[in-house]
Design a protein around this ligand. Structure first.
Ligand SMILES: Cc1ncc(COP(=O)(O)O)c(C=O)c1O
Length: 493
């Protein structure tokens, strides 16, 4: 390294990426109404036409997905690629659009599951990545200028982060956060909110998607691995307090981990004061507060949800937008005194929480992340993507109301939720309701998949038929084009 680090002197971002928090009470009433009524799927003849699209226009994708099934379990490597009736094979990604191997063009609201806030394959980032690949290749295993620059920038942007340790993925960063919290507090219990997703580590495949489902998806995971994981219902501080009180008599709670917008990227949004109250509760019980900002980090504003709510967690988990859509996106950040316990090095005698990773903090990921975040800051990307999300949600609400449908659209900036079947909102608040929800989930999930297929056949790629991520590339024209397509789908109901 023969150059000093660039000073970070960029304009402050004044606009909030989340212009308005949803009216949570009214939303929960609409969720309740949606799940209490029978599903409103596509008409059957319309569904046949939708399937006709895949037969007529997607033969290249069909062939590749048939081939994939021979070598890849289930035919896809990535859960979000598993779409009805078969996964589309993408040949080109640029800005707001994707093109499949058959030449069909789509508006991309999946955004690879969230990281591409600037739109796909942004040229400014690609140029820097190519430069690093020419200079030193993707990895050396030794210190590189850009791992310092990225860490420095993250500390500057995220108010609750004094130090950063880069890892391979959000899942790895969650694992590290749990280990660090236990090492720091010397306590063992970890509480999560029911329905939240924190990756796929043994300890956190627990109470996923639907609150109250505990080990439902913990196939292949020994009971011991989840023995000190607990879930608590969303938006319920009293229930959290009770757990903390009981845990205090049994060794204490190391951490409460939350998705700060609410479980599943705000599918069940938090009450606006929830995080502040949670902070107080953690302080009262000497428990660390972990914000899993894998989705909200940089997307909810460059300072993440912690800046939006002005609530500082002790530990922050990052991923996705951290490396601008390039591999490998994972990091843990936090208070200096806590983070010191993650000190790297081989065979040190100091007490520490051990983490590792051959490819962690490689120059390729770090240069991509550094320039993606700088570009996001320069272009005001979180706020502009948030405005696109507002426009999308308002348009969807207008269509839903005009057509008299029970569907619910809401957004927090560039994270837009579109609930048509309500499968993620089923009431699981007591054992009887949980049983009913588990029975109903299958048909509701199938309806969501059919809606996803219909969106695709109309040129719209969504996340599992119920989530829409907007990006800087989503101009008003792109959103208005998308809204016309959503209207055409809702006409088929
Ligand atoms: C809130 C949250 N935490 C953690 C993860 C896991 O991140 P990764 O897929 O990078 O392992 C995800 C992934 O979607 C997530 O949404």
């Amino acid at each position: 390294m023969n150059k000093p680090l660039d000073p970070i002197t960029l304009p402050a971002v004044t606009d909030s990426a989340v212009s308005q928090w949803p009216d949570v009470d009214s939303l929960y009433r609409r969720f309740d109404a949606l799940v209490k009524q029978p599903i409103r799927p596509l008409k059957r003849d319309a569904l046949n036409k939708v399937m006709g699209y895949f037969d007529e226009r997607c033969q290249g994708s069909r062939r590749l997905s048939e081939e994939a099934k021979k070598y890849i379990p289930g035919g896809v490597q990535h859960n979000l690629a598993f779409n009805h009736p078969f996964p589309l094979a993408i040949a080109q990604a640029k800005g707001a659009h994707l093109t499949d191997v058959d030449g069909n063009r789509y508006i991309d609201f999946l955004q690879a599951g969230g990281p591409t806030l600037l739109g796909s394959n942004h040229p400014a980032i690609r140029e820097q990545v190519n430069r690093i690949l020419d200079d030193c290749g993707p990895v050396t295993g030794l210190l590189h200028e850009y791992e310092v620059k990225l860490a420095q920038l993250v500390c500057e942007l995220m108010p609750g982060v004094d130090m950063v340790r880069l890892l391979g993925s959000g899942t790895e960063a969650v694992m590290a956060a749990v280990r660090l919290a236990r090492a720091y507090t010397r306590k063992k219990w970890v509480i999560k909110i029911g329905g939240a997703y924190h990756g796929w580590s043994d300890q956190l495949v627990y109470g996923m998607r639907l609150p109250g489902t505990g080990r439902m998806e913990a196939v292949g995971i020994p009971r011991g691995a989840t023995a000190h994981t607990q879930e608590s219902p969303p938006n319920n501080l009293d229930a959290l307090r009770r757990r903390l009180q009981i845990n205090r008599l049994r060794g204490g709670t190391a951490a409460i981990m939350v998705e700060p917008f609410g479980p599943e990227s705000g599918t069940r949004p938090v009450h606006p004061d929830f995080n502040r109250q949670l902070r107080k509760l953690c302080d009262e019980f000497d428990t660390l507060l972990i914000f899993d900002e894998v989705v909200t980090g940089f997307r909810a504003g460059l300072g993440g949800a912690q800046a939006y709510f002005n609530v500082m967690p002790d530990i922050t988990v990052l991923g996705k937008c951290l490396t601008g859509g390039y591999p490998m996106a994972g990091a843990i950040g936090g208070r200096r005194d806590v983070m010191q316990l993650l000190a790297g090095g081989i065979g040190t005698s100091a007490r520490r929480a051990f983490v590792g990773g051959t490819l962690s903090a490689n120059p390729l990921s770090c240069v991509a992340g550094y320039y993606a975040l700088l570009e996001a800051r320069k272009l005001n990307a979180p706020a502009l993507a948030g405005r696109a999300g507002d426009r999308m949600r308002k348009g969807l609400e207008e269509i839903i109301n005009r057509r008299g449908l029970p569907y619910v659209a809401y957004n927090m900036g560039s994270i837009v939720h579109l609930q048509t079947s309500g499968v993620l909102l089923l009431d699981t608040s007591n054992p009887l309701k949980l049983l009913r929800a588990r029975n109903e989930a299958k048909s509701r999930k199938h309806m969501m998949e059919e809606m996803g297929a219909a969106y695709t056949a109309h040129g719209l790629i969504t996340l599992a038929g119920s989530r829409i991520y907007t990006s800087l590339a989503d101009t008003d024209d792109v959103i208005d084009d998308a809204l016309e397509r959503f209207d055409a789908v809702f006409q088929l109901v």
